[in-house]
Design a protein around this ligand. Structure first.
Ligand code: HPA
Length: 273
């Protein structure tokens, strides 16, 4: 274990002694999940040795430990993004820490744009695969084995099935599709979105992909769900902004909450390992 990771884990374990099982990264507008946590211990990222702090307004910047439906969880309320300081591996330390704390299943959430009329704002979409359109890779320079990481089943098929089942059981609405990572922080152009559609992409966003790459190297079983906050660039005569994203995320939050509540219940009743 890297020394910096050990220091962070020791700091956290002074405050919460239990081993966690499930890690969830909460993206823009998804912070409500924190309200489901019982026996909550909240630690500011700024207090954890080495932990990166996101400057994005609306990202709480807190690690929340506790239980949901009796399952030990670690929630990252907010994440750091590549576009904040140009480091594609910015989430490496948090993910290593979560792993060492005992989380081997990782659920990622994000806000994303949809390139399809049939997938409207405020809906949810299971990410079944991704296209790393940024061309960046967070593993460059990391020579620890395995250097070459298989991405054939990056989004764990069995875990994806659990997400579909949770949607069915809870009545939450759920689309699915391929997520395309653009670095941000500018939104895409209409021409770029036309290209995404032609390349087989369904969703566009500025996060998640580097976390999936880092997470697969670490060994996490991963699933990811997008909250659609807008039709992608050029599909509507509107100006995209963070405020727009937050407004639409709020409309979709209840559906996401229903989905994740059912999913956590399912993972508690039938642990993946
Ligand atoms: N593009 C990129 N990132 C996003 C979008 C989008 O349209 N919506 C929310 N995050």
């Amino acid at each position: 274990m890297r020394t910096i990771v050990k220091k962070a884990v020791e700091y956290i374990e002074q405050r919460a002694t239990k081993a966690q099982r499930l890690a969830i990264v909460l993206g823009s507008g998804l912070g409500d999940l924190v309200d489901l946590v019982e026996d909550k211990v909240t630690i500011a990222y700024a207090d954890i040795p080495g932990f990166p702090v996101s400057g994005v307004a609306s990202h709480a910047g807190e690690l929340v430990l506790g239980t949901i439906h009796g399952l030990d969880v670690a929630l990252m309320a907010g994440r750091i993004h590549y576009y904040e300081d140009g480091n594609p591996a910015a989430m490496m330390l948090p993910l290593e820490v979560l792993w060492e704390m005992g989380c081997h299943t990782l659920l990622l959430t994000n806000a994303a744009g949809s390139v399809h009329e049939s997938v409207p704002p405020a809906s949810a979409a299971l990410i079944t695969d991704h296209i790393n359109f940024s061309g960046l890779n967070p593993l460059i320079g990391d020579h620890r084995p395995p250097q070459f990481v298989d991405m054939g089943k990056a989004y764990d098929p069995e875990l994806c099935e659990r997400v579909r089942k949770a949607a069915k059981v809870s009545g939450a609405q759920l689309h699915e599709g391929v997520y395309v990572w653009y670095s941000g922080p500018s939104f895409e152009t209409p021409a770029e979105i036309n290209m995404v559609r032609k390349l087989g992409g369904d969703l566009v966003g500025m996060s998640t992909v580097p976390e999936v790459i880092l997470g697969r190297k670490q060994g996490f079983r991963i699933a990811a769900v997008s909250l659609i906050t807008n039709y992608a660039a050029g599909m509507r005569d509107e100006t995209l902004s963070h405020e727009h994203t937050m407004r639409e995320a709020e409309r979709g939050a209840e559906n996401m909450l229903k989905l994740f509540s059912a999913l956590i219940r399912e993972l508690k009743d039938n642990p993946p390992e």
